[in-house]
Design a protein around this ligand. Structure first.
Ligand code: SF4
Ligand code: SF4
Length: 172
């Protein structure tokens, strides 16, 4: 009796699997034309990081170093500085004067994003990071920070791209 049960169970599993196969066969074929057309990425795709601004256009990063501490690849480099009444970059006491991520070492684990208390760092959808130059894989704050629109509000979409020699190369 046990053997008959196993056979029935196996047949049911095969029928279930084939059902999914036939269902997929009837779906329209989607062909991605990348690189001639845009790649379709899942919303949660972890691409190059984006440094966010708040609704007032100020940088959300307050240079607390928690992201750097959480990073298992040790690829985040931050230099903190104090905001003053005359010159303010972030809503907190401090801001990141320098914020670099070394994409030679980043494994896109997302720990930095999870560690950030102000949601200052997120993953964007930028994925075309390949380069012949390791120096150009060190992304600076200027590359990752959401630019301000003409209205003074943060631009809605920002996908950091390599800036070649524009990046300042830090010494770790
Ligand atoms: S995604 Fe992971 S490896 Fe990359 S910077 Fe963040 S914590 Fe570090
Ligand atoms: S990105 Fe977030 S966790 Fe990292 S230093 Fe800035 S505020 Fe702190």
């Amino acid at each position: 009796m046990a053997k008959i049960g196993e056979v029935i169970e196996s047949a049911a599993a095969i029928a279930k699997g084939m059902g999914i196969t036939f269902k997929e066969m009837l779906q329209p074929t989607i062909t991605e034309a990348y690189p001639d057309g845009p790649a379709e990425l899942a919303e949660r795709y972890r691409g190059a990081h984006v440094l966010q601004r708040d609704e007032n256009g100020l940088e959300k990063c307050v240079a607390c170093f928690l992201c750097a501490a959480a990073c298992p690849a040790n690829c985040i480099y931050i230099e903190a500085a104090e905001n003053t009444d005359a010159v303010r970059f972030s809503g907190g006491e401090r801001y990141a004067k320098v914020y670099n991520i070394d994409y030679n070492r980043c494994i896109f684990c997302g720990y930095c994003v999870e560690a950030c208390p102000t949601d200052a760092i997120t993953h964007g959808h930028g994925f075309e990071l390949a380069s012949y130059s390791t120096a150009s894989l060190i992304y600076t704050k200027e590359q990752m920070l959401v630019p301000l629109a003409e209205s003074g509000q943060p631009a809605s979409q920002h996908n950091p791209a390599p800036a070649g020699a524009a990046g300042k190369v830090p010494t770790y």
